[in-house]
Design a protein around this ligand. Sequence first.
Ligand SMILES: [Zn+2]
Length: 350
Amino acid sequence: MVQKAEPVKPMNGRQRVLAALRGDPVDRTPVCNPTSVATVELMDLVGAHFPEANRDAEKMFRLAATGYTELGFDTIMPVFSIIQESSALGCNIQWESKDNWPTARMNEPIWAEPDDIKVPADLLTHPDTKCVLDAIAKLKKEYGEDVAIVGKTMGPWTLGYHCFGVEPFLLMSLDDPDKMKRCLERMKEITILFGLAQIEAGADALTLPDHATGDLVSGDYYATFLQEMHTEFVDEIPCPLILHICGRTVDRMDYIAQTGMAAFHFDSKNTPVESVEVVKERISLIGNINNPETLYAKNPDAVRQEVLNNLEAGVPLVGPECAVPLQTPIENLKEITRTVCDWHKEQSVV
Ligand SMILES: [Zn+2]
């Protein structure tokens, strides 16, 4: 006898996100921001601007909260940048201004050999990592009942770019793959420590960006250097993990789906349909609204169409593909939530 599925009771954002990350039924598709939705408009709205909002817990808290209070997302993500822990490791950071992203000066590498890799005693008390922990704790207290607080800990591949420089790091993978593996192994500790500290501060889930991106390395590279390590993270970091890799990644999604991570946050260079086909239901996908063309430069109608493409393909969580450009109009970001809610209403009427 075919049993009719029980309708899912109304959920709040936190319940919805955590259920979707587990692959459980949800009342509607959650709108999820695993990277950053900070914009200049939102900074002006709450008086919390870059670069201070990347370094001051109170401003980080205020700017992050707008993802929920203004945009209606089901997640709050306070870690806008990808260089907080690299700053604590000793990288020279260019903090930039209100309308520009902070970057690590990768032409000034701090490490060259596996033995150079040291976890500093103040990794978690350095001002640029501590502000993340403090912001998460404050967000958890203020919004943690209603919405999922998502933290971010960078994977060893990205830390390698920052600390060794992109070119020397990628050359090492060709010249001496064993040395490369020793480096990754040592940097793994940093990813775990910062991740655990964020869970302790109150994070419900963590994004783990590891930029083995489609334009720089192949799917085979992912299998050789990262698949096993990403599988270990699942055991070592006890919360749902969202892997983020930019670019065309469909050639490594099968490997990614075997890691046991809760979700993969994928780029619009991969279509929702082909991505769902590869991953099947082994992990959740978070897709994948285009940033530079759609969210930044087009109008809400174009955003709506991309959201619908994801919903119709069965992508379980929806959001921007990566950190949105700082000049992205708020109206386009709000349209993501609006479309998801409208689509589910229409579905329930049918
Ligand atoms: Zn990205």
